[in-house]
Design a protein around this ligand. Structure first.
Ligand SMILES: [Zn+2]
Length: 265
């Protein structure tokens, strides 16, 4: 399917970019992605994916809008308090870009349902806020061989990596064991710097959009750590593990069975 005149005008500033053109824009238009979490990361991620023209975006979250979201979650207004985040976010994104399809999926992600929920996507962009769901999404993407764009934020620090199952380190390769329940403070307890969620979510979406358009991505086998205290951007090399229970030779289901909220979603 080609691009309409409206689409050519809407995307003109990216169509003229070096390495971008009608072919790349059509790839974005044909892409189907899942965004897990419609919070601090989900807001910038889903905003930039939709503005770029990713053809179908499915938003997963089960929370309602709260006043404490407003230092970072810019898709909501005070009138939305109490409403399901995914429904408000999908409506807003759809209004800004009617050329694409945005779906609201108000559902809890668990280790049991993740493998089916995330089948058939070209990419998953993870903005969840707890380790059980993060490992469930990682394992589901590893088994389904779906590229996963990981991001996490707590306080003044953010982390991003791009995962290509079968080719690069997955989240479980980098962190085989989740931290003990309660060992890391929640964003509710420790706080989260709003602009950091914007930085991390923007980098996740940038990587995902480049991949979906057919361009190179830069955070394969690399964990980017951003510290806002000192404006430090560190890159740590990651290595795929052949004994990884998620992406290694033998898949072994390993649900994380605590519900410690650790990072902002
Ligand atoms: Zn792995």
């Amino acid at each position: 399917m080609g691009l309409s005149l409206n689409e050519i005008k809407r995307y003109s500033r990216q169509l003229v970019l070096q390495d971008m053109g009608a072919r790349e824009q059509n790839r974005l238009k044909d892409a189907k992605v899942a965004v897990t979490g419609a919070g601090g990361l989900g807001c910038p991620v889903s905003t930039y994916l939709s503005l770029a023209g990713v053809g179908r975006i499915d938003l997963f979250d089960m929370d309602n809008v709260e006043l404490s979201n407003f230092n970072r979650q810019f898709l909501y207004t005070p009138e939305d308090v109490g409403k399901p985040k995914v429904e408000v976010a999908a409506k807003r994104l759809q209004a800004v870009n009617p050329e694409i399809e945005v779906n609201a999926i108000n559902k809890m992600i668990t280790y049991d349902n993740a493998f089916d929920l995330f089948k058939g996507y070209d990419a998953v962009i993870d903005g969840t806020d707890n380790f059980p769901v993060r490992y469930a999404v990682n394992d589901a993407c590893a088994v389904n061989k779906t590229p996963l764009f990981h991001g996490a934020v707590l306080m003044y620090e953010g982390r991003v990596t791009s995962i290509f199952p079968g080719e690069t380190s997955c989240f479980r390769c980098a962190f085989p064991h989740p931290p003990p329940a309660g060992s890391i403070p929640t964003c509710r307890e420790a706080g989260v710097f709003g602009a950091m969620t914007g930085i991390v979510g923007s980098i996740q979406s940038l990587e995902a959009i480049r991949y979906l358009a057919g361009l190179e991505v830069s955070l394969k086998d690399t964990l980017l750590i951003i510290n806002a205290d000192y404006s430090i951007y560190d890159k740590i090399k990651l290595k795929r593990r052949s004994d990884c229970t998620a992406c290694g030779e033998t898949f072994i289901p390993q649900p994380v069975d605590y519900s410690c909220e650790v990072v902002e979603g």
